[in-house]
Design a binder for this molecule. Structure first.
Ligand code: ZN
Length: 132
């Protein structure tokens, strides 16, 4: 894709965010902000018994790149096993975004991944049945 198409792709995700909202019975729920830009991203993940991402939603506000990045990331991880999600790198996400991200915008672009990783590593094990 050309740069223009990638920019359109980002704007489309910003204007029409995928998986936007909250999950009531999330296994993982985490939110963080980026004070430099005022961005906020929160991610809710519902894991099934095999630790696959059965559902994921994000919420937040802020600049286009931060929100588009979160939208793109939720699309990417839906259905993935938690181990695959853990293996996603900054470079993977930047590649998905497809545009050249300046140093000042890097924190915006990577906020969603930071939230995702912090949320995942914040949980230890799948809760027992009776705790559901
Ligand atoms: Zn930002």
């Amino acid at each position: 894709m050309s740069d223009d198409l990638y920019r359109e792709y980002i704007l489309d995700h910003y204007k029409n965010p995928r998986n936007f909202g909250r999950l009531e019975h999330a296994t993982i729920s985490h939110e963080e902000g980026n004070p430099l830009c005022g961005d906020v991203v929160g991610i809710d993940i519902l894991l099934d018994k095999d630790n696959n991402v059965a559902d994921v939603k994000f919420h937040g506000r802020g600049c286009a790149i931060s929100q588009a990045s979160a939208s793109i990331l939720t699309e990417k991880i839906k259905g993935m096993n938690i181990e695959q999600v853990k293996a996603i790198t900054k470079d993977d996400l930047l590649e998905e975004l497809g545009i050249e991200v300046s140093a000042t915008r890097l924190k915006c672009a990577l906020l969603s991944l930071k939230v995702l990783k912090a949320g995942i590593y914040g949980i230890s094990t799948w809760p027992d049945e009776e705790e559901e």
